[in-house]
Design a protein. Structure first.
Length: 148
């Protein structure tokens, strides 16, 4: 079942398509038109005025998205479709860059670090060595003789 917001949007799309030129509506496949008719909210009262342009009317955002999809898929010229595809590829690349920068997946980060050649860490710590003074050495020797 379709969400109520999409049912209302489908009702608005149906209303708009009824007032659209038959030549444009014929470009939409019958399956799509049938889906719109079957899944629309028949009780929803649209506030679409036929005399006004769509950009001046208040229609649901879902309706705008569905109309954009219909336009892009069935009504756009080949040049427009190519332009849309170019924009999509640019946006997809931007999104991939964002995801790679802000990825919180620990396993992916581990995989990335595994792919990078990790050189063993060289020990560069300075160790302080104190030499015993001569009288400390003598004292230590004397103590060890008396313990035996």
């Amino acid at each position: 079942m379709v969400d109520i917001m999409y049912q209302n949007a489908l009702a608005e799309v149906e209303e708009i398509l009824q007032n659209t030129e038959e030549e444009l509506v014929a470009k939409i496949p019958n399956k799509i038109r049938q889906f719109i008719k079957e899944n629309r909210n028949q009780e929803y009262m649209t506030n679409i005025v036929n005399a006004e342009p769509l950009n001046r009317q208040s229609i649901l955002p879902e309706t705008q998205a569905l109309l954009a999809l219909i336009y892009r898929s069935y009504w756009a010229t080949e040049e427009e479709k190519k332009e849309f595809a170019d924009r999509d590829s640019i946006e997809l690349k931007k999104e991939e860059v964002k995801q790679s920068l802000y990825s919180s997946n620990v396993f992916e980060k581990q995989k990335m670090t595994d792919e990078i050649e990790v050189k063993p860490k060289e020990i560069t710590d300075i160790v302080l060595v104190q030499e015993e003074k001569w009288y400390q050495k003598v004292w230590r020797k004397l103590c060890s003789l008396f313990r035996k």
